[in-house]
Write a protein that binds this ligand. Structure first.
Ligand SMILES: [Zn+2]
Length: 377
């Protein structure tokens, strides 16, 4: 009797554990809180706007199955920056999204922008990071806790170590999606994806972005940020971006694994392409042809950077056949180009072996990036 209860318990535990591991976990961080009001202009208070909008994003995401939302705060409380990172890391989230409002003495300044961690010398970016980082002065012993950090010094902002450079590509991707969605859901000015050193992002070991949803210092934009309608629109946009990110980087991974398992069961003849040793394959039945996808080119994105590098092997750990895509602020670098998904997976392994551990396959059709799940249908 006892044994069967234990067994039942174990079964239930493993089922729920299995279900849990399948969930996409997003950590939502409402900037500031409690004694830290953030930027305050014309009665628009950053800590309130960020919390209200975070809760709205969480509400929208909660309607989706298989998403778990983790909050760094759900009420008006003060939380230290390091603790925000601890909450995110402890939860083993897949994505960290910090939401803030911008402010500037020039009250004409307006628009939204999304930041990823990075070294910048751009004065405007440094200024935004400096303002957001200054909240640590409300914490005791902040210089010890943040390794001698001085919020007033630009060198200090530039020097914030980038601990998880390997997540930079995914971070840039979600940042791009947020900015795209803002353009779709609001009429606010799109200021683009930017890089700077943010203390709150510093220790987070997952793809991470900090969104400046708009300027509270700009009268009309501040009113929009402070309004129910404005917050609904912003939340709609940010949720859309998060779901798009989930579809690109999380769902496809799970879907292809399941598909592989199913096809393995269904047919013995169809070999799992992953298991085929390319050197041992008879050229006549090369998997190249079998896995070629019409009209789709696969490239391996190996890195993204603010630096414009010459596409020569010495700049890319000896890899040749490097191409570059120039964005407004970021250069994306790709290794190889093939119409075969099997070949693409080989190229991916080669890139990873060279040390580009966060590389991933990018399918392109008619010059546009498409979802991996669509490409290998
Ligand atoms: Zn802020």
């Amino acid at each position: 009797m006892k044994k069967s209860i234990v067994l039942l318990f174990l079964c239930l535990f493993s089922v729920s554990f299995y279900a849990q591991t399948k969930k996409f976990k997003v950590v939502l961080d409402a900037g500031h809180g409690g004694k830290d009001y953030g930027a305050t202009y014309h009665g628009n208070i950053e800590k309130k706007i960020s919390l209200n909008t975070v809760l709205k994003v969480g509400e929208i995401l909660a309607k989706e199955s298989n998403i778990e939302v983790v909050y760094t705060r759900k009420t008006d409380v003060f939380i230290e920056l390091n603790e925000r990172a601890n909450i995110a890391n402890r939860s083993k989230g897949h994505l960290f999204v910090s939401m803030h409002c911008n402010a500037n003495d020039n009250q004409e300044a307006s628009g939204n922008e999304t930041y990823v961690m990075g070294v910048t010398r751009n004065a405007a970016n440094l200024e935004v990071a400096k303002k957001e980082n200054a909240v640590v002065t409300l914490e005791s012993d902040y210089k010890i806790k943040y390794d001698g950090f001085d919020p007033k010094s630009p060198e200090s902002v530039m020097g914030i170590s980038i601990m998880q450079e390997e997540n930079i590509q995914q971070s840039i991707d979600i940042a791009g999606k947020v900015q795209q969605a803002f353009t779709k859901f609001t009429t606010s000015k799109n200021r683009g994806v930017k890089q700077a050193g943010f203390l709150v992002l510093r220790k987070i070991i997952m793809p991470r972005v900090l969104i400046e949803m708009g300027f509270v210092s700009n009268k009309p934009e501040g009113a929009f940020l402070n309004s129910e309608d404005g917050q609904n629109k912003l939340a709609e946009a940010i949720s859309k971006a998060i779901l798009g990110y989930r579809d690109d980087f999380f769902k496809t991974e799970t879907a292809t694994t399941v598909k592989k398992e199913e096809s393995k069961k269904a047919t013995v003849k169809k070999e799992d392409p992953k298991k085929v040793d390319p050197k041992k394959v008879d050229p006549k039945q090369s998997s190249e042809n079998k896995t070629a996808v019409e009209g789709v080119t696969f490239k391996i994105q190996i890195s993204a950077s603010a630096k414009n590098l010459e596409t020569v092997p010495k700049n890319f750990k000896g890899l040749n056949n490097i191409s570059v895509e120039k964005g407004t602020t970021i250069y994306k670098y790709f290794y190889g180009s093939t119409s075969s998904y099997t070949k693409a997976k080989q190229l991916l392994e080669e890139a990873k072996a060279k040390g580009y551990t966060s590389s991933f396959i990018v399918p392109i059709k008619n010059g546009k990036k498409i979802k991996l799940s669509e490409a290998i249908k």
